[in-house]
Design a protein around this ligand. Sequence first.
Ligand code: ADP
Length: 241
Amino acid sequence: MNLILFGPPAAGKGTQAKKLVAERGYIQLSTGDMLRAARSSGTPLGKKVAGIMDSGGLVSDEIVIALIEEQLDRNPKAAGFIFDGFPRTMPQAQALDAALAKRNKKVDAVIRMKVDEKALLARVTKRFEAEGRADDNPESFKKRLAAYNSQTAPLVPFYAGQGKLKEIDGMASMDQVAASIARVLDGAAKGAGKGAPRPRKAARAPARAAAKATTKLASKTSAKTARKSASRAAAAKARKR
Ligand code: ADP
């Protein structure tokens, strides 16, 4: 089961992803966490992205796609992946589909956590005080929200079109949000376990029609045979006379 946790910054994706890791053994792939780790260990990549991250802008597609592909290859036997904070742009979404297809995998569900933008600012201010994340200051946060609305929100119709989008209320309590996610995942797993879906009535109709036609044909044939043997008997009678 591979799922995308989707929603604006500070919607609670990371918190829910960590719960799923603990409960289901999935692997969390958070591009934000990966970039922050590169940054705090001072790698060349970390130095390159630090300024962009602090200002609330998006790191290039090329960089984050490479990070994700590397993790997919490192965990070939994973029970599932939770993509958190990725994909954030249409090219990233397309690259993810291609990267998974290359490895015989796919995105199974996209869970959109719907939240109230005004409430997010309050959450982030609290997080800024508690964790001191540089990009949680109000100015950067506004830029992150703007980036989400212009570049990430268009992925909603993309995944809805693939029939994978599930929406849940992200403003409920942490446990209620976790319960909604669990319901979606268990529903998706059940659906997958059922095997091929039963064809609908319309699709079954031709099969029924074919069966009827065979029966008709059989009765027509037997009527013909009966007629033939009756006339043969009549001919034999006439010959006898
Ligand atoms: P949030 O908590 O706001 O959802 P993240 O922890 O996911 O943020 O990401 C923090 C920052 O890292 C982003 O503002 C952005 O600069 C960078 N980043 C993370 N993921 C991506 C991505 N998929 N594409 C581009 N930039 C990203």
